[in-house]
Design a binder for this molecule. Structure first.
Ligand code: CO
Length: 432
């Protein structure tokens, strides 16, 4: 199976960040990884493989080398995508219709969510006798639609229409007979009764299945390519890598789309706490840990904007990536992307040795552009970092378009990164 087909299947198993973390956890367990709880005492073994989840929606995995570690080789991508969260009192009922109360999560391109089959996924918190348990929920059927207004009723709809989240993007759930049934649906999917549901974290998922599109199937069209494409590429590269004297670390963070400032986001202490704890378990002192960090490297992987075929003017003339032309190194003078000359040189060298093409992205100089995980994580874990991604169109649309070849480039690039003997030499230069 091609990497792009495998990616599209992976995305279907990740309708929410909680499901993404669970899918990755299953994949890791199948490969012999052991789950550690932050609340338990850890006994890390040389040659051991582990992972930790926080909030059920962020996950960090690592392996302990057999020899003395020389640094952490890390990647970070995000498990969340723009969507709509279901509010605590979910039903908005009129005489004939029942709709669901939602609010936008992240910066979605709202117009793209209309007239598509949608459903609900996330977790519910269930009351048991003397404890509260969390259970994943995914209603695996076409359940909801956000209907457009017909052009006959709003004949200026094509002339730039403002979309109000409290009015226009409320999804339709049913006719009057659907009243007071939504919680029952959720309870059925969770295998419990509505009265046992204490609360939930549920959001919409676009049920349009990913597909190949274009002449010679050159492109993929799917929900959540930002950033599950990078999650998939980093995960596969991490799993396929050869062991070295580095500690390979794979990070998948939730809440990037709302600024990363949660206890499980890239702005939290999750990664910093975990790295320190690994060092402590390996009986290193603070100086050893600081030395290890100075020899560490982080690849922050989040998709990049390809030059748009109809709107090339939004891209920089020369520093713009194209789909199917390789991994994108993202740079910004503002340092909203962390890449600098050194981290770029290191990653270019690794990719060139592996025969993986790279290209660059910079914002058009009068545009601010986006930010991502790297800079936020760096404030907690000061290590050499670069920002990369894969070129895609329509970022934050309900369905996005990317190059079918690029995910394989990312898998190969990350495999080469994690297999590399990258370290600092005695003069503090990066060496292989
Ligand atoms: Co992203």
């Amino acid at each position: 199976m091609s990497e792009s087909t495998s990616l599209l299947q992976f995305i279907q198993t990740c309708p929410s960040p909680f499901h993404a973390a669970e899918t990755i956890a299953c994949r890791l367990r199948e490969s012999g990884y052991e789950e550690l709880l932050e609340s338990a005492s850890w006994d890390l073994k040389k040659g051991g493989s582990y992972f930790v989840r926080r909030n059920g929606s962020s996950l960090i995995s690592f392996r302990i080398p057999v020899q003395k570690p020389t640094g952490f080789l890390m990647s970070a991508a995000h498990s969340d995508s723009p969507t709509f969260k279901i509010k605590a009192n979910p039903e908005r009922s009129g005489a004939q219709y029942v709709s669901l109360e939602t609010e936008p999560y992240g910066g979605a391109l709202l117009s793209t969510w209309f007239d598509r089959p949608l459903t609900v996924a996330g977790r519910v918190l269930i009351q048991e006798t003397n404890r509260i348990v969390s259970r994943l929920v995914f209603i695996d059927r076409d359940l909801l639609v956000i209907p457009s207004v017909a052009i006959h009723m709003n004949n200026t709809a094509n002339d730039g229409t403002k979309i109000l989240a409290n009015v226009d993007t409320i999804p339709l759930y049913g006719t009057s007979d659907a009243r007071d049934t939504f919680l029952k649906q959720i309870a059925d999917a969770a295998g419990t009764d509505p009265e046992h549901i204490l609360s939930y974290d549920l959001s919409l998922f676009c049920r349009q299945h990913g597909c190949h599109i274009g002449y010679a199937d050159s492109f993929i069209l799917s929900p959540k390519l930002d950033d599950l494409e990078c999650v998939y590429g980093c995960l596969e590269g991490y799993l396929q890598a050869e062991p070295t004297s580095s500690i390979p670390v794979l990070c998948v963070f939730d809440n990037e789309e709302v600024g990363s400032g949660t206890i499980q986001g890239a702005g939290s202490t999750f990664l910093r706490d975990l790295l320190r704890r690994i060092s402590l378990c390996l009986e290193m002192n603070e100086q050893d840990h600081q030395r290890l960090l100075s020899g560490s490297f982080l690849v922050s992987a989040d998709n990049a904007h390809a030059k748009h075929p109809n709107h090339p003017e939004y891209s920089d003339a020369n520093n713009c990536p194209y789909m199917n032309e390789g991994i994108v190194i993202k740079m910004a003078a503002s340092q909203s992307y962390t890449t600098d000359g050194i981290s770029s040189a290191v990653f270019r060298r690794i990719c060139s040795d592996a025969g993986v093409p790279v290209q660059v992205f910079a914002n058009r100089s009068d545009k601010r552009g986006g930010s991502t995980l790297g800079r936020i994580a760096d404030t907690m874990v000061p290590v050499s970092t670069l920002d990369i991604g894969l070129a895609q169109l329509a970022m934050h649309s309900a369905v996005e378009t990317a190059g079918a070849k690029d995910v394989e480039y990312l898998v190969r690039g990350m495999r080469a990164f994690y297999s590399s003997t990258l370290h600092r030499d005695s003069e503090h230069n990066w060496a292989f």
